[in-house]
Ligand binder design. Structure first.
Ligand code: PLP
Length: 418
């Protein structure tokens, strides 16, 4: 019998596959190497039989994780104060995976009326097909949430601040209510990004009050470049994590290592970017408040904005005065201006580009028609047409000059400087 160690490849097709390559030892660098694999190799059959894909103790198959994806998962846990993390191909797939994992036919899910639109769509179309019902609750009324919780309610979605209209709910009371009723609460934490507040430690006392699941569109702040789609699902409860992880595995969800690399590259600067965009956003939100064509500015850090007191309580302003907020807000244009004027304003902007998403380096603008989006009415949002601004990393004065020139051209009123 020949010794397998003396085998040498003879054909050129075999040579490059079985080249005696060893990964470099003793090479440490600030940035992680990118490990890419569908196939993971086992040294022997005993290893095939003993390795487990359910935890991070070993590697079995690319879909179940690589050293690169594990590092990102661990860093996101550190950011959000979580214990377990799953990566998915988009923020939306993080939302849909949680709903699919935790709901069965006959169950009901509650969503805030200002939830990220496609999460509402998923409930209305896909979950409905599987016999899962849903109700939309008023995000600004804990009584409404309480009234809508029924015997079949198995999951409550939370969002703080809400999408587009940016109302900040009474998150503490909402989470307490879910705990009292024993209903799982899952937060879309894209806005807070782990930076504005700690989703699993809302009272900053070491974790006496927190959400059960946090979902994050990594597409936004963690990517920071407008060029990656990814989402995460973080938890602190091992049993809950396993329910979601098994569904995640059966759905075959995975992320590309090059995309993971991009998020790992951007993550060290997330706090700097978040706070810089917050500062610029508040400056511009205050500038818009001074303008006669603007009837309301929807930014939770502004006094008088819907949910401002809840924002102060949860996002640090009650503790340190300044607080934290994402660099995104909307404003409502007076009803005397029609949609053409609002569209002209958006078209006329030069540094704010028309596009979806946020959290990147480029400022973005998008008009919204609230009447198509809300089921529980406008709430505290004034009558008029809505424009959402996502603040990038440009200079605040450049952005204000851009807003001023588009405003004067589209609305025919003088821009009021500070
Ligand atoms: C963008 C966004 C999502 C979805 O993220 P994608 O990666 O674009 O699918 C979910 N929730 C909120 C609040 C978002 O802003």
């Amino acid at each position: 019998m020949s010794d397998p160690n003396t085998l040498s490849p003879s054909a050129l097709s075999t040579v490059p596959i079985h080249h005696p390559y060893q990964a470099p030892a003793g090479f440490e660098a600030p940035q992680q190497p990118v490990h890419k694999a569908s196939t993971v190799l086992f040294p022997d059959v005993a290893a095939v039989r003993s390795r487990r894909w359910l935890d991070k103790s070993s590697y079995t198959y690319g879909l179940h994780g690589t050293p690169t994806s594990f590092v990102l998962e661990e860093r996101l846990c550190a950011l959000e104060g979580a214990r377990q993390c799953l990566l998915v191909p988009s923020g939306l797939s993080a939302l849909s995976t949680v709903s699919m994992a935790l709901l069965s036919a006959g169950d009901e899910v509650l969503l805030p009326d200002n939830a990220y639109g496609p999460n509402k769509d998923f409930a209305q179309v896909e979950l409905a097909r599987w016999g899962i019902t849903h109700r939309f609750y008023d995000p600004m009324s804990v009584d409404d949430l309480r009234a809508k919780m029924g015997a079949q309610t198995r999951l409550v979605w939370l969002e703080a601040a809400g999408s587009v209209t940016m109302e900040f709910p009474d998150l503490l009371a909402q989470v307490r209510l879910c705990k009292e009723r024993g209903v799982v609460c899952a937060l879309d934490n894209t806005w807070g990004a782990g930076l504005a507040f700690a989703p699993f430690d809302l009272l900053r006392d070491g974790g006496s009050l927190g959400v059960d699941v946090s979902v994050h569109a990594l597409t936004k702040y963690p990517s920071g470049g407008g060029d990656v789609l990814m989402g995460s699902i973080t938890t602190c409860d091992q049993a809950l994590h396993m329910r979601i992880k098994l569904c995640h595995m059966r759905l075959g969800l995975g992320v590309g290592a090059n995309d993971v690399e991009l998020v790992l590259r951007s993550l060290p600067s997330i706090a700097l970017r978040y706070h810089a965009q917050d500062r610029t956003a508040r400056t511009l939100a205050q500038a818009l408040q001074r303008q006669s064509a603007v009837v309301q500015v929807l930014h939770p850090a502004l006094a008088g904005a819907p949910g401002h007191a809840h924002w102060q309580q949860v996002c640090g302003a009650a503790q340190n005065g300044q607080g934290a907020a994402a660099g995104i807000f909307s404003f409502v244009v007076d009803t005397r201006f029609d949609q053409d004027a609002v569209d002209a304003f958006c078209n006329r902007l030069r540094w704010f580009r028309l596009g979806y998403s946020w959290g990147g380096h480029m400022s973005l603008v998008m008009p919204y028609d609230l009447d198509d989006m809300r089921h529980c009415g406008r709430g505290a949002v004034a009558a008029g047409r809505l424009v959402r601004l996502c603040i990038g990393l440009e200079d605040a004065a450049d952005l204000e000059r851009d807003l001023a020139q588009a405003y004067e051209a589209a609305f025919g009123c003088a821009w009021m400087a500070a």
